[in-house]
Design a binder for this molecule. Structure first.
Ligand SMILES: Nc1ncnc2c1ncn2[C@@H]1O[C@H](COP(=O)(O)OP(=O)(O)OP(=O)(O)O)[C@@H](O)[C@H]1O
Ligand SMILES: [Mg+2]
Length: 631
C-alpha cells in the first residue's frame, strides 16, 4: 500500500509540520499587524479629537453655539468619522453630528463613560489607549470610540459669558467614533493573502520534498527492497546498483558484500554437501538415516538399496525395525539411546526374504532439525558362515583327537554286552539250569549297556552336528560342563587325572547353546589335560597328583565358571597370544591353535568374557563369566 511507504509518511509528516509552522507564523504576523494598525488608529483618533477640541475652544469661550455645532457637523461629515458629539458633566449630549440623540442623558455605565467611571470610582485621568474602545454597530462593522475630557481651565471659569465654577474639574467630554471598516478590510485582505501564500508555500514544499524523497530515499530503498526480495527468492547473482555515497549507498554496498559472502558460503556448502553425499552414497556399507523417535527411515545410500533389494521410495515408507524380526526390533529399540552403540549379529531380512546377518553401528545426530540415528550396517553373513565352518572344523578336530578316548568309552559297555551275551549263549548251548531271575538280570544289564553306548554315540553325533547360527536358549551352565566328561571321562581316568566338579546346582540360567558351550569347556579341559601331561613328563620324581577342578558359582548378576588345573602353566611371553587363532605351542599334528580363539568367539557371542585368572608353576585358572538370562 502506497500510504504505508516511508516516503509517504515522511512527506506527510514534514508537510504537516511545515503547514503548522506557517500557520502559527501567519497568525502571529497578522495579529502584530492588526495591533500596530489599531495603535496607529488610536493615535490618529486622539489627534483628531485633540484638533477638534482645540478648534472648538474659541467658539466655546465666545459661547457661540451655532458656529460650534456647524464645525462639529463639518468634522462629523468627513469620511471615516462616524460621529462627533459633546457630553456635559451630567452625561447629557449637548450636541452630536447625529441630531437624534441630542439631549439624551447617558448614565455612567454607558460604554462611553465606563472607562472613566468604572465601578462608580471617581474620575481619573486616563491614557490614550484607556480612553479608546472598540465596539460593533448594529450594521455589523466595528468602530473605534475615543473620548476626550474637556477640562475646566482658567479661561473657562473667568470668562464673562458663562462662568463655570472654579472647582469643577471636567466640563464635559468630546466623543469621536471612527469607523474601523477600512482597517478590518485591510487585515482581512492580508489574512487571505497569507492563507494563499501558506497554501502555495506548503504545496511547493510538499512537491520539493516529494521529489527529493523520491530521488534520495524512495528509489534507493526500492532497489534495496527488490534486492532483498531477489535474495529471498534465491537469486544471489544480481547486485543492487550503488548510486550514492550516503548511508543508503553504504547500505546497498554492504548488502552486495553480504550477498557475495552468502553466495560463497552457499557454494562451499554445496561443495561440502556433494562431498558428504558422495561419501554417503559410495560407502561400501549400507547406511540408514533413521528418525530417533519413530524409527522411520529418512534416507539410505545406494549400498543399502543394493544389499536389501528395496527401492529408495520403498525404504522411505518403511520403519528401520521392519528390516528385522520382532525380537531384533525390541533389541534395537531398547539399546538405541543418545550415544553411539554397537549391535553385533543382528538378523535382517532382504526384500526377497533372505536372511542377512549384520553388525549395526549407530550414532545419534541432528539432521534437518530432527534427532536421528545414523546406522552403519556391516554385512557379516559371510563371516558368520566362515565362523560356523571354523567352529565345525574345530569340533571335528576335537572329535578326531578324542577318538581314542571315545573308543575307550565305548569299549566298556561293549565288553559288558559281550560278557552278558556270551553268558546267555553258554546257557542255551549247554542247556544250563539257571533261574529266570538271573537271565532277566543279564538281559537288563545288556540292555542298559546298549543304552549307554548309544547315548555316547548320540552325544557324539549331537556334538558334531553343524549349526549355521545359534538360536539362544535358557540353559543351566552345569549341563554342558557335565556333558564334557561323557566323552572325556574315561580318557582322563586312564591318565589318572582326577576331576573335581564343584558345581552349584541352584544357579540361574544363562542364554546360550549347550552344544557350543560344551565345545568351550571341552577345549578348556583338553588344554588342562595337555598342560598336566606336559608337567608329568618333566616331573621325574616327586609326588604329583594331577587334578582338574571345575567350579561354578554366582557372583552378583553374573555366572562364573573357573576351570583350574595344576599343569605346566602358561609362560609369560605367550600369555598375550593364546587367544589368537592358530597360536599353539604344541607339536605339529597335536594342536591347531584354534581351541581358545573359537571358545573366545562363542563366549563373546553370549555376552560373556573369558580370561586367564592366574597362571604359574602350580597351574592355570581360566575364568569364564556369563550374564544371567533375564526372567
Ligand atoms: N591350561 C593351560 N595351561 C598351559 N597352557 C595352556 C593352557 N591352555 C592353553 N594353553 C596354551 O595356549 C595355547 C593355545 O591353546 P589353544 O587351545 O588355542 O590351542 P591348542 O590347544 O594349542 O590347539 P587346539 O586346541 O586347537 O588343539 C596352547 O598351545 C598352550 O600353549
Ligand atoms: Mg586347545
Amino acid at each position: 500500500m502506497w500510504y504505508r511507504s516511508i516516503g509517504f509518511k515522511l512527506i506527510f509528516s514534514v508537510g504537516i509540520a511545515v503547514m503548522l509552522v506557517f500557520m502559527v507564523f501567519s497568525y502571529v504576523n497578522l495579529e502584530a499587524q492588526r495591533k500596530q494598525l489599531l495603535q496607529e488608529m488610536v493615535r490618529n483618533s486622539n489627534l483628531v479629537s485633540e484638533v477638534i477640541k482645540r478648534s472648538l475652544r474659541y467658539n466655546m469661550l465666545q459661547y457661540n453655539p451655532d458656529q460650534l455645532y456647524q464645525a462639529i457637523d463639518t468634522i462629523g461629515a468627513q469620511e471615516g468619522i462616524e460621529k462627533v458629539r459633546i457630553f456635559n458633566a451630567r452625561g447629557e449630549i449637548i450636541y452630536s453630528s447625529d441630531k437624534k440623540e441630542v439631549g439624551t442623558v447617558l448614565d455612567k455605565t454607558a460604554e462611553q463613560c465606563y472607562a472613566c467611571h468604572s465601578k462608580e470610582k471617581p474620575f481619573k485621568r486616563l491614557s490614550t489607549t484607556d480612553r479608546s474602545r472598540i465596539f460593533s454597530t448594529a450594521k455589523g462593522y466595528q468602530l473605534l470610540g475615543m473620548i476626550n475630557p474637556i477640562y475646566n481651565e482658567p479661561d473657562c471659569f473667568s470668562a464673562s459669558c458663562h462662568v463655570h465654577p472654579k472647582d469643577q474639574e471636567v466640563l464635559g467630554v468630546l466623543d469621536i467614533d471612527v469607523s474601523l471598516r477600512e482597517i478590518n478590510d485591510l487585515i482581512k485582505d492580508q489574512r487571505n493573502k497569507m492563507v494563499l501564500f501558506t497554501l502555495l508555500a506548503v504545496s511547493g514544499i510538499f512537491i520539493i520534498i516529494a521529489v527529493l524523497i523520491n530521488r534520495l530515499l524512495r528509489q534507493p530503498v526500492k532497489q534495496l527492497l527488490e534486492g532483498t526480495e531477489r535474495v529471498a527468492a534465491g537469486d544471489l547473482m544480481t547486485p543492487i546498483p550503488v548510486t550514492s555515497k550516503d548511508e543508503l549507498g553504504i547500505l546497498a554496498n554492504s548488502f552486495n558484500q553480504m550477498t557475495a559472502r552468502l553466495r560463497d558460503s552457499e557454494r562451499e556448502l554445496k561443495a561440502s554437501e556433494e562431498k558428504y553425499r558422495s561419501l554417503f552414497e559410495n560407502d561400501p556399507n549400507p547406511i540408514f538415516v533413521v528418525d530417533l523417535e519413530t524409527f522411520q527411515i529418512m534416507d539410505v545410500n545406494i549400498r543399502a538399496i543394493e544389499t536389501y533389494g528395496y527401492s529408495r521410495e520403498e525404504f522411505l515408507s518403511m520403519s528401520f525395525l521392519d528390516l528385522g524380526d520382532e525380537e531384533e526390533a525390541e533389541k534395537i529399540q531398547s539399546l538405541v539411546v543418545h550415544s553411539c552403540i554397537f549391535l553385533p549379529k543382528i538378523r535382517h531380512r532382504k526384500k526377497d526374504g533372505t536372511v542377512l546377518y549384520v553388525n549395526i553401528h549407530s550414532c545419534p545426530r541432528q539432521h534437518l532439525g530432527k534427532d536421528v540415528i545414523i546406522a552403519n550396517i556391516a554385512d557379516i553373513s559371510d563371516r558368520i558362515q566362515a565362523e560356523a565352518q571354523l567352529i565345525q572344523a574345530g569340533k571335528m578336530a576335537t572329535l578326531g583327537e578324542m577318538s581314542a578316548g571315545v573308543a575307550h568309552e565305548l569299549n566298556q559297555p561293549l565288553n559288558a554286552i559281550r560278557v552278558g551275551t556270551e553268558y546267555l549263549h553258554k546257557i542255551f548251548t549247554r542247556n544250563m539250569k539257571v533261574s529266570e531271575e538271573v537271565v532277566k538280570k543279564v538281559c537288563n544289564e545288556v540292555i542298559s549297556q546298549v543304552e549307554r553306548a548309544s547315548s555316547i554315540i548320540n552325544h557324539l553325533r549331537e556334538f558334531g552336528r553343524k549349526s549355521e547360527v545359534d538360536e539362544l536358549d535358557k540353559i543351566d551352565i552345569n549341563k554342558p560342563i557335565r556333558d564334557v566328561f561323557t566323552l572325556l571321562g574315561q580318557q582322563l581316568r586312564v591318565r589318572e587325572i582326577e576331576v573335581k566338579l564343584e558345581l552349584d546346582d541352584n544357579l540361574p540360567p544363562i542364554l546360550g547353546v549347550p552344544n557350543r558351550l560344551e565345545q568351550v569347556f571341552l577345549n578348556l579341559v583338553m588344554n588342562a589335560r595337555d598342560a598336566i601331561l606336559e608337567k608329568k613328563e618333566i616331573m621325574v620324581n616327586g609326588d604329583f597328583h594331577p587334578c582338574i577342578t571345575i567350579r561354578s558359582y554366582c557372583e552378583g548378576d553374573k555366572i562364573v565358571v573357573d576351570v583350574i588345573d595344576n599343569g605346566i602353566g602358561i609362560p609369560e611371553e605367550v600369555k598375550d597370544r593364546i587367544f589368537e587363532p592358530f597360536f599353539t605351542t604344541k607339536e605339529v599334528g597335536k594342536g591347531t591353535g584354534l581351541g581358545l580363539s573359537i571358545s573366545y568367539g562363542i563366549v563373546k557371542d553370549y555376552g560373556g568374557s573369558i580370561q586367564i585368572e592366574s597362571t604359574g608353576k602350580e597351574g592355570t585358572t581360566f575364568r569364564i563369566t556369563f550374564p544371567v538370562a533375564d526372567k
